[in-house]
Design a binder for this molecule. Sequence first.
Ligand SMILES: [Zn+2]
Length: 280
Amino acid sequence: MPGFNLYQIAGGALLALILASLAYAVRALSISGSVAAFCLGTILFGLGGLSWAALLLAFFIPSSLLSFLFKQRKSKTEESYQKGSRRDAWQVLANGGIAGVAAIAHTISPGSLLPWLAASAALAAASADTWATELGALSRKEPRLITSGKKVSRGTSGGISIEGEGAALAGALTIAIVSALLLPEGAGASGGFSYPGWILLVTAGGFIGCQVDSLFGATLQVIYYCPVCRKETEKHPLHSCGTETIYKQGIRWMNNDWVNLFCTASAVLIASLLVFVTLA
Ligand SMILES: [Zn+2]
């Protein structure tokens, strides 16, 4: 049963260390990203145990593989993203921070289903967003802005495509299935949730959270402009060409990491609302 267990924490730290090192080796994470992933993994594996480990891995393994596999094909698009494909600590925390907080909440209150729901929805949204970004970048057609429907160049924040949306759905569904299979005892059929019902609400939370991400990306996220390349970019203060970028639109502190945090947080909110509606 869950709780505070030193052997579990030591085992969790070891597993987290192996994964963080592997992710660094395949260039999925930067140094700071690996350190953050090690800490996050230790918390999730060490406090949550095997089911929490499985949930994080269901996000981490496919996302890292996708980034790794498509690195070369999308190297042209990569440039317009803020930080390239090596995720740093802020990116790791923006995607996985809520799951870490949920694992701590689970240790404090092991009988509550809410931490498991929160971690599942947050990781479903992170997964949806990552799959959409990696696979959507391969779309042959130009994406359209989620707000106006106007065609935008690949990699533009808030740009969506059919392929990207399909990938988002698949990414959220993957986490939802793992989450349902590992539902804590008593929460399944007898506890008010059927497996399909649980899968549906976690997938919905993750998928809608991903739409919030695009919506924020198109409206509130800070965007800069490179006067030399004549391109919009997330990079600041310097563009990849070395030119200083100029503020164009958005809230100045609202970078992609904040948008990702809002994405995972909104997924938790939506999934929780759906649970209350379902149980009411
Ligand atoms: Zn430039």
